[in-house]
Design a protein around this ligand. Structure first.
Ligand code: ADP
Length: 359
């Protein structure tokens, strides 16, 4: 039996807005689950329904197999970390972390031991006497996490916890959160709009769009086996290239290049004749030059971006465009004509009408 179960969960706000549609998910103890998707897709709403901060309009929420829809946050044994930290400004770091235990009337010796233990995990030992205003954003976020962590709850809920940090702090804090999860083993549900955070932190990712779950899977599955154009384009940076066209004689065009789709689909391509199709490949799955047996495409270099470990090359062919990731030592010249190859197994085809992957 799963630890947490969301069965056909829906949220319809009092104004009639249907924010979450038939959300289904089983979460095992200790898993790190990330909800990811563009702003407004229903991630926070779902998290808040799990937290007990928002009513579930219909569907079942189970904890250890028991229906928990009507349980309050305390009975659910969840702790939530918000993006705003929500620290008490007049209280020291120690008192902020201790707050929940103090309210419960826990023994002072026990509180002291627990706060010290939590502070040590979070690298806050030297800051326990400080007020929040004398801390960096990353340290404040660690205090907020500490306050949730100390309660030894069953589930740890985090809503965009890194969004108030600068880019560098975000990367540091991201690995700290991964470390904390590793050392505590706490079941965690984490909301973000950032696919890199999702990919690096999650055991499993739930990709959402417009209130609907698009796909649930490990980072590996979402990257290599996306079910539709949305997931394929959302996971990966720079995003996957999509070439749209109508199948004519089993082919579509990229500029003047003819892409023979039967090489990917075999005789099944007949079903798509005259229909829209999407030919897709990741920027990092190409090689410059001609490789036997691969799709070989000729294009013009419009722009190059040297990023250190790789160069992003923006190419055009007629009206069509693509981004290629190449070794910086092989960076082509702007306006140069180049040929690149895509191994057949690195090509994805999607139905142009349904946007679903074709296998
Ligand atoms: P996300 O966390 O993915 O950015 P939210 O879950 O916050 O998205 O919101 C999902 C949708 O529900 C949005 O369109 C938002 O405007 C709407 N929404 C959020 N809260 C309310 C509310 N209290 N009343 C009506 N609509 C809401």
């Amino acid at each position: 039996m799963a630890y947490l179960t969301l069965k056909n969960i829906n949220k319809i706000y009092p104004n009639g807005y249907h924010a979450v549609h038939n959300f289904n998910l089983d979460i095992e103890k200790g898993e790190f689950i990330v909800f990811v998707g563009p702003s407004g897709c229903g991630k926070s709403t779902t998290l808040r329904m799990i937290a007990g901060l928002e009513d579930i309009s219909n569907g079942d929420f189970l904890i250890n197999g028991n229906r928990a829809n009507e349980w309050g946050p305390r009975q659910r044994e969840v702790a939530m970390v918000f993006q705003s930290y929500a620290l008490y400004p007049q209280m020291t770091v120690f008192d902020n972390i201790a707050f929940g235990l103090t309210l419960q009337g826990v023994d002072e010796d026990v509180i002291e031991e627990k706060v010290n233990h939590t502070a040590a995990i979070l690298g806050l030992t030297d800051y326990l006497d400080r007020l929040p205003r004398a801390l960096s954003g990353g340290q404040r976020q660690r205090v907020a996490i500490g306050r949730a962590l100390i309660r030894k709850v069953g589930v740890f809920l985090m809503d965009e916890p890194l969004s108030n940090l600068d880019a560098k702090q975000r990367v540091t804090m991201r690995s700290e959160i991964a470390q904390i999860h590793k050392s505590t083993g706490a079941t965690t549900i984490y909301v973000t709009h950032d696919q890199t955070e999702a990919m690096t932190l999650a055991d499993r990712i739930v990709v959402m769009k417009d209130g609907y779950v698009q796909q649930i899977g490990t980072p590996y599955e979402l990257y290599y086996d996306p079910v539709n154009v949305f997931v394929a384009g959302f996971i990966g940076e720079p995003p996957m290239n999509f070439i749209r066209g109508t199948v004519t004689g089993g082919r579509i065009k990229f500029g003047d290049n003819e892409l023979d789709l039967s090489r990917k689909l075999g005789s099944k391509i007949k079903d798509y004749e005259g229909k829209p199709i999407v030919f897709a490949f990741r920027p990092e799955h190409i090689e410059l030059g001609k490789i036997d047996g691969a799709y070989q495409l000729t294009s013009m270099v419009e722009l190059t971006e040297m990023l250190g470990d790789n160069t992003n090359v923006y190419v055009t062919a007629g009206e069509d465009k693509a981004i290629l990731k190449v070794d910086p030592h092989d960076t082509p010249e702007i306006d140069e004509q180049i040929t690149f190859s895509i191994p057949v197994e690195s090509v994805y085809l999607f139905d142009g009408e349904t946007e679903m992957v074709i296998k």
